[in-house]
Design a protein around this ligand. Structure first.
Ligand code: HEC
Ligand code: HEC
Length: 219
């Protein structure tokens, strides 16, 4: 317990000093190096009036934007969720000291902003949250199960589209929907300062997805 606090403090101080040295704002360092959800609008969450969505808005936007449940597939959510609960618990052991020590300059955001105390969901709320995340999770596929798995399109798709989450299942969108999904993903890459797709790569991936897209259900 004491030891943990010590490392957290050490970490925070190192962060603080580096900010000064490089004269960069605490808002851009060191968060830039991490993958942090930029967030979705609360009312664009699936099933926005459900308890899960409300809990997500309450607990999961304390340090970063409200994450979309589609950011991960159902099984990947388990370890990510556990890490986030840990993060909230740790932020509390830093809470008072961290907050005061860092003063106002850290309050705007950034890692130190995160180190302020945050509310932690109780056991029952945690179950509800995880259930919500998993029931609206990304639907993924194994690379070997991809249609035309050996094709260049499949290769490119599986390389570029599994960097932030598991490989999405091409059949889960209509061919008319994929273009918008791809351009949203390119925005995520820009926001997270990742190498983006060239237009040619994006076209190739789109072609592959359109060819293997789902079909509208005829009722
Ligand atoms: C106490 C602050 C804090 C809270 C509260 C918090 N997070 Fe995070 N989150 C972080 C930090 C720091 C990172 C970046 C480092 C990391 O990924 O471990 C992060 C990153 C993420 C990422 C991107 C990284 C990845 O593995 O995909 C997702 C998704 C995420 N959080 C979801 C959630 C969810 C869901 C909740 C609510 C259950 C939540 N967060 C609550 C601090 C927090
Ligand atoms: C920079 C990180 C990142 C990369 C790279 C990335 N995604 Fe995503 N993806 C996300 C995030 C964040 C979400 C959840 C928010 C959202 O849906 O926009 C998501 C969600 C999804 C979803 C589920 C939501 C939906 O609309 O069905 C699909 C499908 C998807 N991505 C496809 C792709 C494809 C195809 C590629 C490759 C072109 C890709 N992703 C590359 C970050 C990324």
């Amino acid at each position: 317990m004491k030891k943990r606090l010590f490392y957290l403090l050490l970490f925070s101080l190192t962060g603080l000093m580096s900010c000064r040295d490089k004269n960069v704002s605490s808002d851009t360092w060191p968060l830039e190096a991490l993958i942090v959800p930029t967030g979705v609008q609360a009312d664009s969450l699936p099933d926005p009036m459900s308890r899960g969505a409300i809990l997500l808005g309450k607990y999961c936007s304390q340090c970063h934007g409200t994450p979309s449940p589609a950011s991960h597939n159902s099984s990947d959510w388990v370890p990510v969720f556990r890490r986030m609960i840990l993060m909230m618990e740790r932020s509390n052991s830093m809470g008072m000291m961290g907050g005061r020590m860092m003063g106002n300059r850290m309050m705007g955001g950034g890692m130190m902003g995160m180190m302020r105390g945050s509310e932690v969901p109780d056991q029952e709320e945690q179950q509800e949250l995880l259930k919500y995340l998993q029931s609206h999770a990304l639907i993924s596929i194994q690379k070997e199960e991809l249609p035309d798995a050996q094709s260049e399109g499949a290769e490119l798709f599986s390389k570029d589209c599994s960097k932030c989450h598991a490989l999405p299942d091409p059949s889960k969108h209509l061919s008319t929907e994929w273009p918008a999904v791809i351009s949203r993903m390119r925005q995520h890459m820009v926001q997270l300062k990742m190498d983006n797709l060239s237009d040619q790569e994006a076209d190739e991936i789109l072609n592959y997805l359109e060819q293997n897209a789902g079909e509208a259900l005829k009722k």
